[in-house]
Ligand binder design. Sequence first.
Ligand code: PMM
Length: 264
Amino acid sequence: MGIINVTPDSFSDGGMWLGTSAAVGHGLDLIAQGAKILDVGGESTRPGAERVSEEEEMTRVMPVIEGLRIPAAATGVALSVDTMRSSVARAAVRAGASIVNDVSGGLADTGMLGAVAELGVDYICQHWRGFGSEMNRAAEYDDVVAEVRAELEARCRAAVDAGIAPERVIADPGLGFAKNAEHDWRILAHLDAFTGLGHRVLIGASRKRFLGSLLNGRPTAERDAATAAVSAWCCVRGIWAVRTHEVRSQVDTITVIEHLRGAS
Ligand code: PMM
């Protein structure tokens, strides 16, 4: 899953794809590099981020989804919308998105789960404990793997109870969301706890802080090799998809691991 952040303030690529034509062009580039899904988002979720208005989010996201609909369909690439708002999810699905990626797991908008059930599309249900402005304070756990698993399981169950088909729910432990570096590493070391939930699992590790801290403060744009190592690990551990900023070397990494798996 290649990331298109149509935002001025995302932690790694904020401001790079803010204009519609730059964002659509980036999407075409990610398709050429082998992305199977494009995830379009108009609101930064980084720690400390302020919320954007619904109108601003629509203005950022919709022209990009509309611009990518035909080239994505022609290449068999799915479009995903990264939003916590049911209104944006509805508009994006009407314009061609087939996945709703909700980092709040239905907690930010009480209308979200019902809307996705009605739309009949895939739903990425992420573990979440609060908005960007409060999430660092919520990073308190006795046993991070057990607690994140239990909270995520409850949100996946809420999605199914709201009418989303279980096979349409994709679980995501939400690396960096109300989690410090040590929490992220523990989750990655115990991915079986999440694949054991019985849903497809997606991991978003791309260029995140925990990689920078391991590599002595390496700047965000220079964390793609580290991200590829996590992608390889995820592939070995049965993760369905990885969400990444850079796509070419991630696809190479996954291709090699899948080949090795077939060869053994
Ligand atoms: N991470 C970010 C944004 N959206 N969605 C899912 N499902 N999982 C993630 O880990 C995730 C996400 C933050 O990264 P970005 O600002 O670089 O997009």
